[in-house]
Design a protein around this ligand. Structure first.
Ligand code: F6P
Length: 404
């Protein structure tokens, strides 16, 4: 609910009151579509948050936003701690040149993050049976934004963070989004920062596993993150020449996987390298759930499908099999140079959007060029690998089996 007093008050259907605090009370016209609000450069104090699962490059964005905003445009930048949780609990701290020094290549996020803090569906406690109680605490968030005198927010995150941003936009808060996720599955951007690093880590793991697979003549299964989208697995698998790639978009037939392993063995190949997404599933089957985080608005955590497949392939083929689950190692450590560059471009562009009054949009990369798209069109959506993806086609031509 929009507060009735303060900066988010809407004067009438086409004009709004903004920035009373900086001494320029006034009506600023804005476009009819909520996605592109043009109010001129009346933004003086911005809040920055990193939401959802962390990924390499978050600090590079925080640095780029802070340096562009403070150095270039003389804005005040307020770092919000632990994503939307910081807005719920009113935990913030100022960001200065000093606070973002030497973080360009640092993994994680200096602001902290949370993937359990959706303000519209926030776990405020547990009932007597231990079941979580969810409440909409958006009012509290709007109050804290007002208390902190934030003119706009930069929300750095994935689809969950963009959904949260979209709801704040509906309450009149100007937001600019920056696309983050190792999964690379945000709509309307062909790349998210963090993806390149995750692919490098996964590809390095596959390369290492190949040598031990070869020594022991084994079938090696390597499981990667990606609940609904198999981008990391497809790219790392292609980069490292995996023999079998199993992704959520293409349900597999276990007989086909076994046949490929046996065929390689019969042809004198010493080993088989299988790259698997955590969200891969057999035709007509289900994903393998590792845990349920009841307090999270998105509670299902996947993991372990590679162990299930390992058992089935070992039993049916009598080949020796081993499994490695990469897990959070894919999200940790230094970002690649490519991700640092992307993060810097995204962070800088986010500030430019705020300054030019192009609010409620997410920075995006399309056909290799920086652009922006309405946050509403990104929220609650996922970009899956299409059937005609060029790398999918190239991999098939290389003889990779997708278990189809
Ligand atoms: O969305 C990013 C991601 O790393 C997914 O690939 C993975 O399924 C999930 O987050 C893991 O979440 P958590 O850090 O809560 O275990």
């Amino acid at each position: 609910m929009r507060p009735q007093s303060g900066r988010w008050k809407v004067a009438d259907s086409s004009r709004r009151v903004v920035r009373s605090e900086i001494g320029c009370w006034g009506y600023f016209p804005f476009a009819k579509t909520p996605e592109r609000v043009t109010v001129g450069s009346n933004v003086k104090r911005i809040g920055v948050l990193t939401g959802g699962g962390d990924c390499p490059g978050l600090n590079a964005v925080i640095r780029a936003v802070t340096k562009s905003a403070v150095g270039h445009h003389r804005l005040a930048v307020i770092g919000i701690e632990d994503g939307y949780l910081g807005l719920i609990e009113n935990r913030v701290r100022p960001l200065t040149f000093d606070s973002v020094a030497n973080i360009l290549d640092e993994g994680g996020t200096v602001l902290g993050t949370s993937n359990r803090a959706d303000p519209s569906h926030y776990c405020t406690g547990h009932d007597t049976q231990g079941k979580p109680i969810f409440e909409d605490v958006t009012d509290r968030v709007l109050r804290h934004i007002e208390q902190q005198q934030l003119d706009a927010l930069v929300c750095i995150g994935g689809d969950g963070t963009m959904s949260g941003a979209s709801r704040l936009i509906d309450h009149g808060v100007p937001v600019v989004g920056v696309p983050k996720t190792i999964d690379n599955d945000l709509m309307h951007t062909e790349v998210t920062f963090g993806f390149d690093t995750a692919v490098s880590i996964a590809s390095d793991a596959l390369d290492r596993i190949r040598t031990t697979a070869s020594s022991h003549h084994r079938v090696m299964f390597v499981e990667m993150m990606g609940r609904n989208a198999g981008w990391i697995t497809l790219h790392a698998g292609a980069a490292s020449g995996a023999d079998v790639i199993l992704i959520p978009e293409l349900p597999f037939d276990i007989d086909k996987v076994c046949a490929r392993c046996l065929d390689r063995s019969r042809r004198g190949k010493a080993y088989t390298l299988v790259a698997i997404s955590e969200g891969a599933m057999p035709v007509g089957g289900k994903v393998v759930v590792d845990r349920v985080v009841h307090e999270s608005p998105d509670p299902i955590r996947l993991g372990g499908v590679s162990e299930v497949i390992n058992e089935q392939v070992a039993e049916r083929t009598r080949l020796e099999c081993r499994t490695t689950i990469l897990g959070h190692v894919q999200r940790g450590g230094k970002p690649t140079a490519r991700d640092r560059v992307l993060a810097t471009q995204f962070g800088h562009r986010a500030v430019e959007l705020l300054i030019s009054g192009e609010h409620n949009r997410m920075v995006a990369m399309q056909r290799g060029a920086l652009t922006s798209v309405p946050i509403h069109e990104v929220a609650d959506q996922q970009r899956l690998i299409p059937q005609n993806d060029p790398l999918l086609e190239a991999s098939r031509a290389m003889g990779v089996s997708f278990g189809e």
